[in-house]
Design a protein around this ligand. Structure first.
Ligand code: IPE
Ligand code: IPE
Ligand code: MG
Length: 246
């Protein structure tokens, strides 16, 4: 429910989130890191609804980066296991709530079991429209640009035909408008190879909150900060532009 009645408050159509801080959340409690990831999954399920209720149409979350394979094998397999249990436990509920799930990233390195779980998540939500949840898994922004170039070449494009539109149409999020708001939790102020191409004009928002602690109040704070931003896309402020004929 909106707390503003008369004035229109800008709501981002597309929010991208680097869900960071799971490991620190666990460490502070002397728990294994994977417990932090489990809490992080619960957070996602909670805030997804908050964003949908506020009118956000697309939510894209960084769940596993192409660099996260560098982590201890126990943590990596723990994350993979979480995806499997998450899909079997929560997919039905998400599907019933109108969530459309897509997975973006390099699937080729994933186990057949994991690929099957992600395929099922995509297939069983294909008709949903309430909110588009894209899970970036084994995703890297540089990988995305490279795969778009490869697809352009495979489609037979010659150098003169390769332009921004040709690549944008082949990027992993080609179905969505570019993210309006980029949120990173956990206090780090870096992009860590998330959506490099797509965030060219995203508004950046950093929160010290560790991802498992992120909740409705933090969602509101991020959306309120966004509503105060003035986007220019390289132009000038609206009230500074010279009226026609002046
Ligand atoms: C982000 O949390 C989730 C993944 C990378 C899978 P981290 O695991 O990076 O948490 P910190 O940064 O170590 O606290
Ligand atoms: C980015 O967080 C990846 C995800 C949240 C999935 P990292 O924790 O991996 O990023 P760095 O290593 O701090 O840059
Ligand atoms: Mg981290």
């Amino acid at each position: 429910m909106s707390t503003h009645n008369s004035e229109a408050v800008a709501v981002p159509r597309h929010v991208a989130i680097v869900m960071d801080g799971n490991g620190r959340w666990a460490r502070r409690r002397f728990l294994p890191r994977v417990v932090g990831h489990e809490q992080g999954m619960q957070t996602l399920l909670r805030v997804l609804d908050d964003f949908a209720a506020r009118g956000v149409e697309y939510l894209t979350v960084f769940a596993f980066s192409s660099e996260n394979w560098k982590r201890p094998e126990e943590e990596v397999s723990g994350i993979m296991g979480l995806v499997l249990t998450g899909v079997s436990r929560y997919l039905r509920k998400l599907a019933a709530e109108g969530v459309r799930i897509r997975v973006i990233g390099d699937h080729s390195a994933l186990s057949p079991k994991l690929r099957a779980a992600w395929d099922e998540a995509e297939r069983s939500t294909v008709a949903n429209t309430r909110i588009h949840l894209s899970v970036a898994f084994n995703y890297g922004g540089r990988w995305d640009i490279v795969q778009a170039c490869r697809r352009a070449l495979a489609d037979g494009l010659v150098p003169e035909q390769i332009d921004e539109a040709a690549l944008a149409a082949r990027m992993a999020l080609s179905f969505a408008p570019d993210p309006d708001l980029f949120i990173r939790t956990g206090g780090e102020m870096r992009v860590s190879n998330f959506l490099l191409w797509q965030t060219a004009y995203a508004e950046l928002y950093f929160s010290d909150c560790l991802w498992p602690d992120f909740g409705g109040a933090e969602v509101e704070a991020a959306l309120a900060a966004y509503a105060c931003r003035e986007r220019r896309f390289g132009g000038v402020r609206e009230d500074e532009s010279v009226p026609q004929g002046a």
